[in-house]
Design a protein around this ligand. Structure first.
Ligand code: ZN
Length: 203
């Protein structure tokens, strides 16, 4: 996301993508000044350590709950369903800031989006209501809540920690009436609101 002082990067894909991410920022002609993660899965956080090594000034933001996973503490907390955690990655990098729902990071407001992982977060751009929602949904061959298997791309659902919680979060994100929905997997969905309503009704 572009801000007056540079780019806020949300998620870093698999390990090995740091060069491609830096090239993409260079093509946009703006520096990466903030890096935020939606959740602690390897295909979202994998390139963070390498990327931060080349961007020592960048602010690094993790959701507070996911920060525990990212430093290697996989314990579930009281009140969290005792389901299996999958594909979690441990990082060397420690965040310069831990985010809670309601926090602002530049133009982005943080929302809770648990279920896919216990502490996934989403980011709503307050300028145009674009929502960046990690793996709350997938948008490959249609829009699916991650609680429901997308037959063309089942992996995010198979890696989901607690499907009922994921569906409840998708419903809550839908109530924000985003203009546009950007996800970890699939195309950007625009307009987003009606597609999110039908995906959550199926989900
Ligand atoms: Zn994921």
């Amino acid at each position: 996301m572009a801000e007056p002082d540079g780019l806020t990067l949300i998620d870093t894909t698999f390990i090995g993508a740091s060069g491609a991410i830096r090239d993409a920022a260079q093509a946009l002609g703006m520096p990466i000044v903030r890096i935020c993660l939606t959740h602690a899965h390897s295909d979202h956080a994998g390139s963070l350590d390498k990327l931060v090594a080349g961007l020592p000034e960048a602010e690094v933001c993790f959701g507070a709950r996911e920060a525990r996973f990212l430093r290697g503490d996989r314990a579930l907390l009281d009140g969290e369903p005792k389901k299996m955690l999958k594909a979690m990655v441990k990082l060397r990098t420690r965040p310069s800031r831990e985010l809670l729902p309601g926090d602002r990071i530049g133009s982005l407001e943080v929302f809770a989006a648990p279920g896919h992982t216990p502490g996934q977060i989403a980011f709503l751009d307050t300028r145009d209501r674009s929502l960046i929602a990690g793996d709350s949904f997938t948008a490959i061959a249609g829009l699916y809540v991650t609680s429901q298997i997308n037959p063309r791309f089942p992996f995010p659902t198979l890696a989901t920690w607690d499907r009922p919680t994921a569906l409840a979060s998708a419903v809550a994100l839908t109530s924000l009436k985003p203009s546009r929905l950007a996800l970890g997997h699939g195309r950007v969905v625009e307009p987003a609101a009606a597609a999110m309503v039908s995906a959550t009704a199926r989900g």
